[in-house]
Design a protein around this ligand. Structure first.
Ligand code: CTP
Length: 472
């Protein structure tokens, strides 16, 4: 089985796939899965069983013990998400990692050792009691000769065995024997993830110092199933590996792209000393600008007044009012992507005083007349010339989050809306975490509650995947 990414398809096939995915409200990746499923149903058997597992995995040089390259041992568990782990191998190698791979027996039902071996460029290990393997490397050496163990997909069964310290196959024996840091990318049905036993195991594993990436919320491989349990995308897992191993030279998927970000509130003057504002802290927009710069983009951050340090390596423009912000955004065009994270004041004071308004004892209190501010997102999304190819807005809602966000997507003419519930009880406005629902023409992706930095990283990986054609 070859490792296939959407990018590798020819243009015609990509267009057909994109149309079919959009029609069915699925991502391109999910559409491929559904095509495979349909083919398997039509064949009346599990299509994967028709492939013979490789008798002898390809052999290549083992990872040298003293290599300067960061060494990752990737354990692929038995779940449908295993096919994404083949892409993960590629992502890790792009980051300069030396990757060794262990497949559980169940994993070999989903991907072949031959495919994994072709991608790692080395032997793939599947059995604990294989005299050839034990003579060659052995589970203790596999466990020791690595800087990080990544388990992806980490199934409920693997997590349970790890939490209990079982060692009855190669994967679990290695996990028990290793002194290296372990990163799990769980993937399972939402009911299995939510089950008390899994949550108990998760708690134990966290207490044991195991790191986690995902699982994400969204559609499952099983038809009609949604919820938390999808394995994190390969780029997200690779990002977590980078952070854990502090790999310096991360690839820069947004190199050469210009990204414009608005952030923070706007201040609308009442007079020279007073203004109307809102509770936006600017944290989400700043985190997005920082993540985009880290991914190599040329970033312009146009910010209303906030109390945050400027992110490194961005062009920074500070503004006060909505009208200043619009002028700065228009001046900063063209851009490949524009992300409107600012909480722009909808109204300004029409009769703002040029001098400080004074109290006048005995007279009526001043009346403020409001005028509507320009809608920056909508103005840019509807531009005839210089419209950025990808225009992304936020929807700050306090009720009917998804329905309002869908209406906003249509009304404002943007491509994606990141919707979030900003009711005071959520603590999102001004807080450090965020729960986002990504609304696009293809459907809704529910992201898990996470820090604003993690949400920014997820958005940037999604943008990178879209710009490189790996996702729609
Ligand atoms: N936005 C903008 N200019 C405005 C108002 C909003 O660019 N004058 C952008 C925000 O940056 C955000 C999106 O529009 O990306 C939605 O903002 P939100 O406050 O949720 O929506 P509003 O358009 O203000 O609509 P409402 O207040 O009715 O929900």
């Amino acid at each position: 089985m070859a490792s296939l990414t959407v990018r590798q398809l020819d243009e015609r096939l990509k267009t057909l796939l994109r149309l079919r995915a959009a029609r069915n409200g699925r991502s391109m990746e999910d559409e491929i899965r559904s095509i495979l499923r349909e083919a398997a149903d039509a064949a009346g058997e599990d299509i994967l069983e028709r492939f013979e597992p490789a008798a002898t995995p390809a052999r290549a040089a083992a990872v040298p013990a003293n290599t300067a390259m960061p060494r990752v041992l990737l354990i692929i568990g038995g779940g449908i998400a295993a096919y994404k782990s083949l892409d993960l191998i590629r992502r890790l190698k792009e980051r300069g990692c030396a990757v060794r791979c262990v497949l559980t027996q169940a994993a070999t039902q989903f991907v072949t050792p031959l495919a994994a071996s072709a991608l790692t460029g080395g032997r793939v290990y599947t059995e604990l009691f294989n005299p050839e393997h034990e003579f060659d490397v052995g589970h203790i050496r596999l466990a020791r000769e690595t800087d990080l163990v990544v388990v992806a997909p980490a199934t409920a069964d693997l997590m349970a065995k790890m939490a209990q310290g079982h060692a009855n196959d190669l994967a679990t024996a290695v996990l028990l024997a290793t002194n290296a840091k372990i990163l799990l990318a769980p993937a399972m049905n939402p009911a299995m993830w939510a089950n008390k036993a899994t949550q108990r195991n998760l708690k134990q594993l966290k207490a044991d110092g195991v790191a986690l990436v995902g699982p994400n919320a969204g559609e499952m491989a099983e038809r009609g199933e949604r919820g938390v349990g999808r394995m994190a995308e390969p780029l997200e897992i690779a990002g977590a590996v980078e952070r854990l191993m502090k790999i310096a030279a991360a690839p820069q998927p947004l190199k050469g792209k210009r990204i414009l970000v608005t952030a923070g509130p706007t201040h609308e003057p009442i007079d020279p000393v007073r203004y109307i504002a809102n509770r936006s802290s600017g944290k989400q927009g700043y985190a997005i600008a920082a993540a985009a710069a880290e991914a190599g983009a040329d970033v312009v951050l146009i910010s209303g007044p906030v109390n945050l340090p400027k992110p490194e390596n961005v062009d920074f423009i500070d503004v006060e009012s909505a009208r200043d912000m619009l002028a700065a955004v228009e001046k900063a065009l063209p851009a490949d992507v524009a992300i409107f994270a600012a909480a722009v004041a909808d109204w300004r004071v029409a009769n703002a005083g040029e001098q400080k308004i004074k109290k006048q004892p005995g007279k009526a209190t001043p009346q403020l007349a409001l005028a509507e501010n320009p809608d920056i997102l909508s103005t840019i999304a509807h531009r005839r010339s210089d419209r950025p190819p990808l225009v992304i807005g936020f929807a700050a809602e306090t009720e009917n989050v998804i329905a309002n966000a869908k209406a906003k997507l249509a009304r404002k003419g943007c491509d994606w809306i990141l919707a979030n519930d900003v009711s005071p009880s959520t603590g999102i406005m001004g807080g450090d975490s965020n729960t986002i629902h990504l609304v696009t023409a293809a459907g809704v992706d529910d992201w898990p509650p996470q820090s604003k930095e993690q949400a920014a990283a997820m958005l940037i990986s999604r943008i990178a995947a879209t710009l490189t054609g790996d996702r729609n």
